[in-house]
Design a protein around this ligand. Structure first.
Ligand SMILES: C[S@@+](CC[C@H](N)C(=O)[O-])C[C@H]1O[C@@H](n2cnc3c(N)ncnc32)[C@H](O)[C@@H]1O
Length: 429
C-alpha cells in the first residue's frame, strides 16, 4: 500500500495543470479513473484498461494534414480533425497517427451521445449558473449568478485542441503551421470562440502566432496515464473553461475524463452569486513568493488574490503551515504510513489553508490510519467524508473513491484493518 495517501495524490504521476511545468496533485484524472472499472463510462463497450496501440483502428477524420517529420526519424506529427465530434462541435488533434487513432477508440468518438449536453457555450440548452464578464485587472472571467453548492458541476467542455508535446520539438515554422491548421479546420463558430480567447498581451504578427499565443495562454497540461507508456503530455484547450482566472485558494476544481475527452469544473465549496469562479493554475501548496513568481513567469500577471495580498503576519503563518504540511507528509515511513493524529493535523492544516482541492488525499490518509489503528468508527467517518469530496474532484471511478467505499462498507474486511496494531505486536513479540 505504499502508493496510497498523499503520495498517490501528489506524486510524480499523471496530473493536469494549466500550461505550467510543475504538476498539481491529481492522479485519477482520465483513463485511470475509467480504467479498471469497465462500467465506469456509462454503457461503454470499450474498455480503456490499457493503452493498446495495436487495437487502434483507422478513424474517418475529416482532415489529416499537414504532416511534419522529426528529422530523419519515423516520428511524424499531423493534424487530425473531426468536424463531427461532439455533435458537430469538432475537435483537432496534433499528434502521431497511432495516438490519434487510439483516441478515436474512446467513447467520446465511439459513443458520441455520451457528450450530449456537455458543451453549453456555443449552443445553450441548460440555464447557466454563471456569466462570462469583464473582471477589473484580469480581462474576462466567469462569475456565479446563483448559489452553487459544494460538489456541484458548474460547466464542462470537450477538448477543442489536443496537442502532443512532442510536436513542439519540430521546427518553429512547422509547429506553428500545425497549430494554425488545427484551429482552421474547426467549424466556424467554434474557431471564432477559440480565436477570441486571451492571447495574453494581444500582440502578434501573423495568424499562426496569434493561434500559438492563444494556445499558450489557455491550454491545460494533461499528463499521460500510467499505462500510456512513453506518451508525451497533451496540451489541451477547452474554450469556455479557458475564461476562468487564477486564484491561489480557488473555489472550483477541474477534472479531465479520458472516456469523454471532457473537462469538468465542480465547486470546491459553496459559492455565492457574484463571486468569481476560479481555478488554480499552479500547485497552490507552495509559499507565497514561489506562487507569485511562477504566475508572473508563466502567465505574466502579478497575483492579487486574497492569499497573495494578505498582511505579512498572516502570510508568514500560511507559509509556515504549508511547510509543516510538507514535513508531515515527508515524515511518513516507507510504506506511506503515519498515525491517526498526524492525519488529523494534516486535515486541520488544509482546512486552515482553505486548500479544499487537497482534502481527498488527507481524508483517505486519515481513514486508512484510523482503520490501521483498529478504530472502525473514526475510519468510516473519514472514509465517508473522503468519498463525498472525492467524487467531484477525482471522479466516481477513481481508485480513492472505490477504495474508500470498500472501507466504509466493511472496515474490518479492508486490508488496512488493524495493521498498525499487528505491526506493533510483531515488533514487541
Ligand atoms: C486562461 S486565461 C483566463 C481568462 C482571461 N482573463 C480572458 O480574458 O480570457 C489566462 C490569462 O488571464 C489573466 N489572468 C488569469 N488570472 C488572473 C489573475 N488572478 N489576475 C490577473 N490576471 C489574470 C492573465 O492574463 C492570464 O494570462
Amino acid at each position: 500500500h505504499s502508493n496510497l495517501g498523499h503520495q498517490a495524490l501528489c506524486g510524480p504521476g499523471p496530473s493536469l495543470i494549466l500550461s505550467s511545468s510543475s504538476p498539481v496533485c491529481h492522479v485519477s484524472q482520465g483513463y485511470q479513473s475509467n480504467v479498471t472499472d469497465k462500467d465506469s463510462i456509462s454503457g461503454s463497450s470499450q474498455s480503456q484498461s490499457e493503452t493498446d496501440w495495436t487495437g487502434a483502428r483507422e478513424h474517418t477524420w475529416t482532415h489529416t494534414s499537414p504532416c511534419f517529420r522529426m528529422g530523419l526519424s519515423e516520428q511524424e506529427y499531423c493534424v487530425f480533425a473531426d468536424v463531427n465530434f461532439a455533435g458537430g462541435r469538432g475537435i483537432s488533434l496534433v499528434m502521431e497517427s497511432r495516438r490519434a487513432n487510439f483516441l478515436a477508440t474512446t467513447p467520446a468518438f465511439v459513443e458520441p451521445e455520451i457528450n450530449d449536453g456537455v458543451n453549453q457555450d456555443l449552443v445553450r440548452t441548460v440555464r447557466a449558473k454563471y456569466e462570462v464578464k469583464e473582471i477589473p485587472g484580469k480581462g474576462m472571467g466567469i462569475v456565479a449568478t446563483e448559489h452553487i453548492r459544494r460538489g456541484d458541476l458548474i460547466l464542462a467542455n470537450t477538448a477543442s485542441l489536443m496537442i502532443d508535446y512532442g510536436a513542439y520539438s519540430l521546427g518553429t515554422d512547422e509547429y506553428l503551421e500545425l497549430e494554425a491548421r488545427a484551429v482552421d479546420y474547426l467549424p466556424s463558430a467554434h474557431r471564432a470562440a477559440l480565436l477570441n480567447l486571451s492571447s495574453h498581451d494581444g500582440t502578434f504578427a501573423t495568424h499562426a502566432e496569434h493561434v500559438d499565443k492563444v494556445i499558450r495562454t489557455n491550454a491545460f497540461d494533461i499528463y499521460p496515464d500510467d499505462d500510456e507508456e512513453g506518451s508525451e503530455i497533451l496540451f489541451v484547450v477547452f474554450p469556455e473553461i479557458a475564461r476562468m482566472n487564477h486564484d491561489c485558494r480557488p473555489n472550483a476544481e477541474y477534472r479531465f475524463d479520458r472516456g469523454t475527452l471532457a473537462q469538468y469544473i465542480t465547486a470546491l465549496r459553496d459559492i455565492f452569486p457574484g463571486e468569481e469562479l476560479t481555478l488554480t493554475y499552479i500547485d497552490p501548496e507552495k509559499p507565497r513568493a514561489a506562487r507569485m513568481g511562477k504566475l508572473e513567469d508563466n502567465w505574466g500577471f502579478k497575483c492579487t488574490c486574497s492569499h497573495c495580498t494578505m498582511d505579512r503576519a498572516r502570510a508568514d503563518e500560511s507559509d509556515a503551515r504549508i511547510a509543516q504540511i510538507k514535513k508531515l507528509w515527508d515524515s511518513r515511513d516507507e510504506a506511506g504510513r503515519g498515525s491517526p493524529e498526524m492525519a488529523e493535523l494534516i486535515i486541520s492544516l488544509y482546512e486552515q489553508e482553505r486548500l479544499w482541492g487537497k482534502m481527498p488525499g488527507a481524508l483517505v490518509f486519515a481513514a486508512l490510519e484510523f482503520n490501521a489503528a483498529g478504530d472502525p468508527w473514526t475510519a468510516v467517518k473519514y472514509a465517508r467524508r473522503a468519498i463525498e469530496v472525492s467524487i467531484p474532484i477525482l471522479g466516481e471511478n477513481s481508485k480513492e473513491v472505490r477504495q474508500m467505499k470498500k472501507l466504509a462498507e466493511d472496515p474490518q474486511s479492508h486490508w488496512s484493518w488493524n495493521i498498525s496494531v499487528r505491526d506493533k505486536e510483531e515488533a514487541t513479540a
